[in-house]
Design a protein around this ligand. Structure first.
Ligand SMILES: [Zn+2]
Length: 404
């Protein structure tokens, strides 16, 4: 019993400490008494935790604040360069690796094409890239660990890639392999789960607790955050929004089912619709002019440009895409009631018409109680979203414990 109580006390101290650190990170410069007021903890608890944080160099004193009488309070700031992390993003076509501070600033970055490597070959390649990168890193003692994100289904507790058909990876104990190779703690998570963590940790959506993140690229993926924790499901496969059935007897999907969302909402299908409209139906479209008749040059950016210039064909295809996606978003909103839905991907980027259309369609189809609160936004992470995602996996766990 006594042991249990000591354990509880230690956990509460750790929770308090991480909430205090998070408050300093977000609200600094801030005084000890302001922290105590803001998060409703006793001044003694705050002072003792702050002492620890100062000893660990995560927090430092910087100047004094104003006072309405009496001594001016000393202000505290977060010190993001106290430690560093190594972040790795594996995608189907390249591996990105970076050295970051605790606030997501990249100190060094390298990108390697995977050259269609798969299976054991890509695992060995990832290990080699990590080893090379940390060999040339100066201060390993300050490194808090290596965080790796990858598409596919990941058992994040054990750090195992359970299933990734495109890279041919099944039950790969990546965490264990990296830790054996480097002697540093390693973390592994699914990429889209990492992106929703990053929107909440680094991005403009830190005030929300329930978020749905949807990414549209070669397929459609989603990350679901419930009460500031990733909703993973029994085997870690939650968020497979791309394989939700939306058309009965529809297009045959690579998963074996028919009519999965991602066959209607992905870049390859948009591209083939554009090409077939031009080649077989002889449609006139701005898209053809933008690429100077070279259809192989049609990329998501070109499509978005044509949408923004109100090209008939581009708008028609966009409406088809947004109609299908809206069905899936409406279903997910009814299931999870998120405070915000965040969309990302090349065809969403700079495409205001896309967001407008989705907002209108979803608002028109959700149950009445949700109509006022349809909040659909585009990603706030910018071009380094992959490395920020990897960073958030490590930092969200380490520095942002939440009382649930
Ligand atoms: Zn499918």
């Amino acid at each position: 019993m006594q042991k249990q109580r000591t354990g509880d006390l230690k956990l509460i101290q750790e929770l308090n400490r991480s909430i205090i650190l998070d408050t300093i990170r977000k609200k600094g410069p801030i005084s000890r008494s302001e922290i105590a007021k803001k998060i409703d903890l006793s001044p003694t608890t705050v002072t003792s935790a702050v002492n620890d944080l100062i000893n660990e160099q995560l927090v430092y004193e910087d100047g004094v604040g104003s006072s309405s009488g009496g001594r001016k309070p000393v202000l505290l700031r977060f010190n993001p360069s106290a430690y560093s992390i190594v972040v790795v993003s594996i995608s189907n076509s390249y591996i990105k690796i970076g050295d970051m501070d605790l606030e997501g600033k990249i100190n060094r970055k390298e990108v390697y094409p995977t050259n269609q490597a798969q299976g054991e070959e890509i695992v060995q390649f990832v290990l080699m890239v990590i080893n090379q990168f940390i060999d040339t890193k100066i201060d390993l003692e300050r490194c808090q660990g290596i965080s790796i994100i990858t598409p596919g289904i990941v058992d994040s507790d054990k750090g195992i890639i359970s299933y990734n058909s495109k890279l041919n990876l099944y039950n790969i104990p990546l965490k264990e392999l990296v830790e054996e190779n480097t002697n540093l703690p390693a973390f592994v998570d699914n990429d889209v789960n990492a992106f929703v963590l990053a929107e909440n940790y680094f991005g403009q959506f830190s005030q929300y607790r329930d978020l749905l993140y949807i990414t549209i690229g070669e397929g459609v993926g989603s990350g679901i955050m419930v009460n500031r924790a990733i909703f993973r499901g029994f085997k870690g496969s939650s968020g497979e929004l791309g394989h939700t059935s939306i058309v009965q007897g529809g297009i045959r999907c690579e998963c074996g089912n028919q009519g999965c969302l991602e066959n209607y909402v992905n870049w390859p299908s948009i591209y083939s619709k554009i090409v077939s409209a031009i080649m077989t139906k002889g449609r006139t479209t701005l898209i053809k002019d933008i690429v100077g008749n070279d259809l192989s040059k049609i990329k998501p950016k070109v499509f978005v440009e044509a949408v923004n210039k109100k090209d008939g064909l581009a708008i028609e295809i966009l409406e088809d895409v947004t109609n299908h996606l809206s069905v899936a978003i409406t279903n997910t909103m009814h299931l999870f009631n998120p405070e915000v839905v965040i969309l990302s991907g090349d065809i969403v980027q700079d495409n205001l018409h896309f967001l407008d259309k989705i907002r209108k369609t979803v608002s028109g189809s959700v149950i009445p109680i949700l109509k006022q609160d349809v909040n659909i936004q585009s990603t706030s992470l910018g071009t380094e979203f992959e490395l920020l995602g990897a960073a958030a996996v490590l930092l969200h766990g380490k520095f942002q414990f939440q009382i649930t």
